[in-house]
Design a protein around this ligand. Structure first.
Ligand SMILES: *[C@@H]1O[C@H](CO)[C@@H](O)[C@H](O)[C@H]1NC(C)=O
Length: 266
């Protein structure tokens, strides 16, 4: 049988009421489309793995009611202006924002802030009732009862704002050095603000020991030097840690905000 005859025969045959040739053509077209799509997917995946841009990240440790988040975003409602660094070509609102706050009193404030910002198209990640520490464990958090901002609340029972307070709550801490290492890369632009009522002395030392400098760019630390004895071993240890982190490229700009002025009344 010649090829021509075979073709004619096929063309005259029918499958489910359609000529064989039409059905064959349809099958070929469908298979080609499927192949093209999966090939494009494969291309797209390969492309995105190679070209994921560096992330811009703001991590707020001791977020309180979210004032410093609003400051970071340069929101008109922020109680004070502060220009946190941005990488070239990015705006503050491009940043991925993570707020950690231990004091459960502020849980609802943080949810409300997240909702308010979401309605403006900005997504923030909140960690309410979450103290940051060198390890993850159950810890007693002492609550400063003197004003709404409970500014002196601390993991450290010897903080002068809480020595008179009998209000405490047990919370599970986040091992913040590990969390930073787990989530970010050296090419990311990572800005950390830290206002954690004496816990900074232990945590900055721990960060240096854990090599967190590899993924950090800026550390805005509120050092509570006016409530710690200069001879306390934590002071010298953290100063050494800062030198090490600076040598690794982390910048420690001076950070004097309203929270400090507020706390001056301690
Ligand atoms: C926190 O846990 C400790 C140890 O289990 C316990 O002695 C203390 O009473 C707890 N404090 C609060 C405020 O629940």
């Amino acid at each position: 049988m010649s090829t021509l005859k075979t073709l004619r025969l096929l063309a005259s045959r029918k499958v489910a009421g359609f000529p064989c040739a039409v059905v064959g053509l349809a099958v070929v077209v469908v298979l080609s489309i499927l192949f093209m799509f999966s090939y494009q997917d494969a291309l797209a995946v390969g492309y995105s793995i190679r070209s994921t841009p560096p992330r811009y990240v703001f991590v707020d440790l001791g977020a309180n009611v979210g004032d410093s988040c609003l400051m970071f975003l340069q929101d008109p409602e922020a109680p004070e202006k502060f220009d946190f660094p941005t990488p070239p070509g990015k705006k503050h609102s491009d940043a991925e924002i993570f707020l950690f706050e231990a004091n459960p009193t502020f849980n609802t404030d943080l949810v409300d802030l997240k909702q308010k910002l979401k309605h403006r198209g900005i997504n923030i990640n909140i960690f309410p009732s979450t103290p940051v520490w060198t390890e993850s464990k159950l810890m007693t958090f002492h609550i400063d009862l003197r004003d709404r901002h409970a500014a002196g609340s601390s993991l450290l029972a010897d903080h002068p704002s809480v020595v008179q307070s009998d209000k405490a709550v047990n919370l599970t801490s986040v091992a913040i050095s590990q969390w930073l290492l787990q989530n970010f890369l050296p090419e990311d632009f990572v800005v950390v603000k830290m206002d954690i009522e004496l816990a900074e002395y232990s945590i900055v030392s721990h960060m240096a020991a854990m090599g967190v400098g590899r993924v950090l760019d800026y550390m805005f630390v509120e050092w509570h030097h006016w409530i710690i004895d200069a001879a306390d071993p934590r002071v010298a240890k953290s100063a050494e840690a800062v030198r090490q982190l600076e040598a690794e490229g982390v910048r420690f700009p001076t950070y004097n905000t309203m929270t400090k002025k507020r706390k001056r009344s301690v």
